[in-house]
Design a protein around this ligand. Structure first.
Ligand SMILES: *[C@@H]1O[C@H](CO)[C@@H](O)[C@H](O)[C@H]1NC(C)=O
Ligand SMILES: *[C@@H]1O[C@H](CO)[C@@H](O)[C@H](O)[C@H]1NC(C)=O
Ligand SMILES: *[C@@H]1O[C@H](CO)[C@@H](O)[C@H](O)[C@H]1NC(C)=O
Ligand SMILES: *[C@@H]1O[C@H](CO)[C@@H](O)[C@H](O)[C@H]1NC(C)=O
Ligand SMILES: *[C@@H]1O[C@H](CO)[C@@H](O)[C@H](O)[C@H]1NC(C)=O
Ligand SMILES: *[C@@H]1O[C@H](CO)[C@@H](O)[C@H](O)[C@H]1NC(C)=O
Ligand SMILES: *[C@@H]1O[C@H](CO)[C@@H](O)[C@H](O)[C@H]1NC(C)=O
Ligand SMILES: *[C@@H]1O[C@H](CO)[C@@H](O)[C@H](O)[C@H]1NC(C)=O
Ligand SMILES: CC(=O)N[C@H]1CO[C@H](CO)[C@@H](O)[C@@H]1O
Length: 889
């Protein structure tokens, strides 16, 4: 989501200024937006040959999935009694800065439905106080611990509910991490669809158990920040087009979304970018076809902030909620929907059935999460830290509200944070068992990343600076720190003999004493495109994959002075370590990822051996950036529209390196421990028998039916004496009676009102339920054979049958489980399930998931603790597991 910095500028100052600037163009802008109401549907610019934004109309109405039946029945009773304005109210935000939250819908108070509050972010409640700053998704992914993924979601949801947030704008599962430099990869869980899917689905489950609607975002192909949005006026520069083939979309980028839908997610946010040249807020194939028909999504689809580019076009293509409601320029009181949606219903251009479906989806989701029962109103303001102030800072004259009640929602969530941040810590190198350190070590600490930002832990808006310890990236995906336990403070609590050099430049004239240990803190940051930090446009466009502030030189200098150097890295993603990794003095390297508020104790827990590290890399660390194909580099400027073609297909991260036989410096999943484990006694049991095509789906159940009579125009008239707030977005019309339904509308190519046949791959939320049939169960006994307690992760990578005719990555992660803490000598049996979908390939021709069943060549299930440490495999045909095999990669 995009929020410009002027949110923090005093609104009494900004409003008159903006009105002066904007007033002369008001009418012209209104006319321009009206002209765009139905526009921009098809591909907008030539995309590379072979990529097609095919039409898919109409929107399949929600309500046919059994899990949602009751909620839709309740919603139908409400929606059938709603007026046109009440309906449109719920679909459209009230405008930027027009309510307490980053997004606020209109209300339908006759039915007890308040202005719904939509609030960032994926790692906690953003822009408030007395909240928790959770570890980022990438840290959570690095734990490979499902219980912690869920615990984090549960705690985030509790905080959202405590603040009165109806719709939490997380988790992020797109970007997937296709581009190592991509700006927002850290919000998600790692560069693999299955890891990302578990992280996303368990977060959804946790958040929603609090009655909070979770939002899985950004659908889909949002793999680069720069050029992500249209530049106004439209036509000058269009949003980047992610050109993705159908199989790659299904097997990589849409996969985590399908799993979140399967987990019952209530909301999906469309991404800013285009796919195949059609903007994702009105890409009918993506929203109507893949999301709502094939994946059976029953909740609501919202636009990303200011991402909507057309009114009728987005309504027809399956968008249900426009956020924050404004047309592409905020604070003009202009919208693509609101009063324009009322118009397009009255003039017959948008079918009433489409509006009814939008509203039914929104109201059904509200019931599905139980928000009709004792749900708090927002008790905070995203716009100010003051106790009272304007209710609508975007208005010129606003009534005054209690803006903040400072409700403390932190409970004991700091424990969840510390558990995740600690378990995320990934030990990459530990020569001579340098770690753990004794608390009696004489420590020399280098780098400002060990301390807090001297200007204050929340001093940079949306964390758009790289000063002090890096606990999260920047942008809307952040939250305020209630406190930030800096590594240096935690270290000083443990060790008496510590000297700290807070500069990122190595001090001159230092000499080492025998026994001195140097610890060097370096980092690499990235974030959202609206802020440029040290030349990086969200993506790591300037820094590349190197640490910031010349971290490599700091490590090299420390290694030239001290015999023992420990490197601690806080990072949004992979960095290149070649400039120092082989230096003999660099004994240990610790990736602490993005720990949130508990950066200190979570690190010292590991460094001083209170816990053994058990984090694993959620991406590969290559030797060189150009070990990856150029197609995953950032794409640069092109006039009119930047084309980003996913020509590498399925081959990202380890899938690419393996295909081209390129060794990573540290492979996906890598992570050392202070103890050692064996994985033995593996078994494989077949459950549901394999068939190449899944059992046929069931037909869709029924959906709510409403009167098709266009409501009387008078329903859209302003109520007598209504005290409208200037620039606030309303569904009311000045002269509804004058709207004519006789005009002709030029519908998009391929537009139809006859329902599409049921897609074969659909059938329930997430897709055909048979895709989740367990086909094999694998068990493995993990034994701690070392001297200290620790946890181990077992990952299962599938290798397709050798006679598989499909071009398929050599190995793909399909399941993982983590042990409890195992004492020395202790064992635990882990059970891992392989589903039909895990063995399936997306067949573009039959539009279905098929398994290349072979009677002669087995699927091999490789069990190990990283993608490059696989010697134990289970055979799907022999039903045996054998150790000591030649690894597949
Ligand atoms: C994009 O184009 C490819 C190639 O024609 C096609 O397979 C895919 O379905 C298209 N995707 C969308 C979302 O339109
Ligand atoms: C719907 O699915 C969710 C998640 O699986 C479950 O918690 C809930 O009980 C189900 N509700 C109904 C009405 O079946
Ligand atoms: C809808 O209106 C009917 C008729 O006025 C009324 O009986 C019913 O209670 C209303 N239902 C809701 C949910 O408002
Ligand atoms: C529509 O929403 C606006 C903003 O919340 C509210 O002022 C208005 O009363 C609502 N209209 C109806 C008919 O509920
Ligand atoms: C109906 O109204 C919408 C919204 O103003 C507009 O985009 C569309 O062109 C109108 N249709 C006709 C036929 O005038
Ligand atoms: C947290 O809430 C208390 C009131 O309970 C308030 O005094 C304090 O300022 C709040 N903290 C922040 C950071 O705003
Ligand atoms: C810290 O260690 C150094 C080197 O061993 C020693 O000279 C110094 O006295 C120690 N300082 C403290 C406060 O123990
Ligand atoms: C590879 O796995 C074995 C257990 O099978 C383990 O002992 C070893 O430490 C692992 N190697 C690495 C580099 O993680
Ligand atoms: C306006 C409002 O609903 N405020 C609520 C905020 O949350 C606290 C704690 O849950 C409630 O006590 C307030 O009533």
């Amino acid at each position: 989501m995009l929020l410009t910095n002027f949110v923090f500028v005093s609104c009494t100052f900004i409003s008159p200024v903006l009105s002066l600037v904007a007033e002369p163009d008001f009418a012209a802008e209104a006319a321009r937006i009206r002209n765009l109401q139905g526009a921009s549907v098809a591909a907008r610019d030539a995309v590379p040959a072979g990529y097609v934004a095919a039409p898919y109309y109409p929107t399949p109405p929600g309500g046919w999935v059994s899990n949602w039946t009751e909620s839709y029945a309740k919603a139908q009773k409400v929606v059938q009694n709603m007026t046109l304005v009440e309906k449109v109210n719920l679909t459209t935000g009230t405008g930027y800065l027009m309510g307490p939250c980053v997004g606020n819908t209109g209300s339908a108070l006759r039915f007890g439905i308040p202005n719904l509050c939509l609030q960032d972010s994926a790692l906690g409640v953003a822009r408030t106080d007395n909240n928790t700053a959770f570890p980022a998704g990438i840290s959570t992914g690095a734990t490979f611990n499902k219980a912690l993924m869920y615990a984090r979601g549960l705690a985030i949801g509790a905080e959202a509910r405590g603040k009165g947030v109806n719709v939490q704008l997380g988790p992020t599962v797109g970007p997937l991490g296709r581009k190592p430099r991509g700006g927002r990869n850290w919000e998600g869980f790692g560069a693999d669809p299955v890891l990302q899917a578990h992280g996303g689905a368990l977060t959804v489950k946790g958040i929603q158990e609090n009655g909070v609607i979770a939002t899985v975002k950004h659908f889909v192909g949002n793999e680069q920040e720069e050029y992500r949005m249209d530049i106004i006026p439209h036509g000058l520069m269009k949003a980047i087009s992610s050109n993705i083939d159908d199989r790659t979309l299904h097997e990589l980028y849409a996969w985590p979304f399908a799993e979140a839908i399967r987990a019952g997610v209530g909301a999906v946010m469309a991404s800013y970018n285009d796919v195949n040249g059609s903007d994702n807020s009105q890409n009918s194939m993506l929203l109507n076809g893949i999301l709502k028909d094939e994946m059976g999504f029953q909740g609501l689809v919202m636009s990303d902030w200011f991402g909507q580019i057309g009114g009728v076009s987005s309504a027809l293509a399956g968008l249900d909620m426009a956020m924050p409601g404004d047309g592409d320029i905020p604070l003009l009181g202009l919208a693509y929907w609101a009063y324009e949606l009322s118009t397009s219903i009255l003039n017959g251009t948008v079918p009433l059935s489409r509006l009814n479906d939008m509203v039914t989806r929104i109201v059904a989701t509200w019931f599905q999460l139980g928000q009709d029962q004792d749900y708090p109103l927002p008790n905070f303001s995203s716009n100010t830290a003051d106790a009272s102030g304007p209710c609508y800072p975007g208005a010129l004259f606003s009534p005054t509200c209690v803006t903040n009640e400072y409700v403390n929602v932190q409970a004991d969530h700091a424990i969840v944070v510390r558990n995740i941040s600690r378990e995320a810590i990934t030990l990459l190198k530990n020569d001579d068992s340098t770690l753990p350190l004794s608390v009696n070590t004489v420590l020399k600490i280098f780098g400002q990343d060990a301390q807090n930002n001297p200007d204050g832990i929340n001093s940079c808006t949306d964390k758009a600076c790289d000063t002090g310890v890096l606990g999260m990236g920047w942008g809307s995906g952040t939250a305020n720190y209630p406190y930030l336990d800096a590594p240096i403070d935690a270290i000083k609590r443990k060790v008496t003999n510590v000297t700290y050099y807070s500069s990122d430049t190595f001090p001159s004239g230092l000499t080492a004493k025998p026994g001195d240990v140097a610890m060097v803190f370096i980092n690499s940051d990235s974030g959202e495109n609206q802020d440029t930090v040290e030349g990086n446009y969200g993506d790591r466009s300037a820094s590349g994959l190197y640490t910031w502030h010349n971290g490599d030189a700091l490590v090299q200098a420390a290694a030239a002075t001290y015999d023992t150097v420990i490197v601690v890295v806080h990072t949004v993603g992979p960095i290149l370590v070649e400039n120092w990794i082989e230096l003999p003095a660099v004994k240990a390297v610790v990736f602490a990822h993005l720990p949130g508020q508990e950066a200190g104790d979570s690190l010292t827990d590991i460094i001083f051996g209170d816990y053994s590290p058990s984090g694993h890399l959620p991406y590969s660390i290559p030797v060189a950036e150009d070990d990856y194909p150029s197609s995953v580099s950032l794409v640069g400027f092109e006039l009119f529209q930047v084309q980003d073609t996913f020509s590498e297909g399925l081959y990202i991260d380890y899938r690419y390196l393996n295909k081209h036989n390129i060794s990573a410096r540290y492979p996906f999943g890598y992570g050392l421990s202070y103890t050692s484990f064996t994985r033995t006694s593996a078994t494989i049991t077949a459950a549901t028998p394999l068939s190449s095509v899944p059992p046929a789906r069931a037909p869709k159940g029924s959906t709510p039916v409403y009167s098709s009579a266009i409501p009387p125009a008078a329903e859209a008239a302003w109520p007598a004496g209504f005290d409208a707030i200037w620039r606030y977005l309303y569904a009311y019309l000045d002269s509804p009676a004058e709207i004519s339904s006789s005009g002709q509308f030029d519908y998009p190519t391929g537009y139809q009102t006859i329902p599409q046949p049921d897609p074969p791959a659909g059938g329930d939320q997430g897709g055909n339920p048979a895709l989740w049939d367990v086909v094999f169960t694998i068990s493995v006994k993990v034994t701690n054979t070392g001297k200290v307690a620790g946890k181990d992760v077992a990952m299962v990578f599938v290798e397709y049958p050798s006679d598989n005719p499909w071009d398929t990555p050599i190995i793909q992660l399909r399941a993982f489980e983590k042990t409890n803490t195992l004492a020395p000598g202790e064992s635990e049996v882990l059970t891992l399930e392989i589903t039909r979908k895990d063995l399936s390939i997306w067949d573009v021709v039959s539009q279905n998931w098929i398994i290349p069943v072979s009677s002669t060549a087995p699927f091999l299930f490789w069990i190990g603790d990283s993608s490059a440490n696989l010697t134990l495999a289970c055979d799907s045909l022999k039903r045996t597991c054998t150790n000591g095999r030649v690894p597949p990669v």
